[in-house]
Design a protein around this ligand. Sequence first.
Ligand SMILES: [Zn+2]
Length: 356
Amino acid sequence: MAYKNMIRAAISLYLLLGLSLLSVAYERNDMIRIGNLEVDPGKSKSGYLSVPEKDGISCFIPVTIINGSKKGKVLALVAGVHGYEYPPILALYQLKKKIDPQSLSGALILVHIANMHAFQKRIIYYNPDDWKNLNRVFPGNPQGSITQRIAHILTEEVIKKCDFLIDLHCGDGNEALIPYSYWMVNGDRKTDEISKKMVLAFGVKHIIIDKSRTKDIAHSKYLGNTAILHSKPAITTESGYLGKTDEESVIRNIKGILSVMKLFKMIEGEPEFVSHPVWIDHYEVIYSNLDGLFYPQTKMGYYVTKGERVGYIADYLGNVKEELRASFSGIVLYIINTPPINKGEPLFEVGRIKEK
Ligand SMILES: [Zn+2]
């Protein structure tokens, strides 16, 4: 009898220990609040962040919060900072259906279309209400124009509430662009290392090592840079081109996001790191000095050598006004592929491949 009691006691102790271990392993996630949306662990909710009205202009930002039942990290995914960049937008709507909050660890904040009026009006680069570029006005200003107010809401409600962020872009409606990502290095070793893992996990092989972003948190300019200056590791990705909605670009975005989620143990599986990254240690965006028509003479992904003619600008009467040449040898990351060009707008971006 004594022996049986001992076994019973041992079994109860084992069960007790086992259960307490389980409750540690499956610790419940916290409730998440973004704007007016409150999402309990194990639930998913979509709704709108509202950007308050000023001078008769307001807007809304559609978001989804998928709050995992298990504790973990919060990953923010932002699409539509530029409203004519479709594959990331489509990717997030697909992802929303794929992720089950019951089996998710941590949480996802999906910003479906950050720049709604640019999307609705099919406008490249700018918000048509104030003609500002959302990805140049961070951290934003609650008293500013609509684009500055959108940036402020994203800073307060998304950047400050996440642990990591991916700013998902692609070639705008006029940009022929190869897939590439920015690894923004700001000198903080821990943030830089995690961002590097994220960029490799995202799976796009051309990666710009970008040390050029400002460290001034009051004028952080870019969404991804703002996250990094708040010590939230972040990457900016580019996948898609020329306003297309091709499946390959959409899938590349989804695969990249799922791999980063695996990196952070939000879902099961191992991340698929880029096996042979092509690091780009210097890049240059060439801007137009003129209004007129741009004629590209090379293609996205082509290599150009220093001094090679990349394109030219003609005036509205058809006279060639300026020839553009590569200032160093490298790969054409993107090039404008539709005729209109305006002074101050980008023409092309060349990246120099880092020597091993
Ligand atoms: Zn963009």
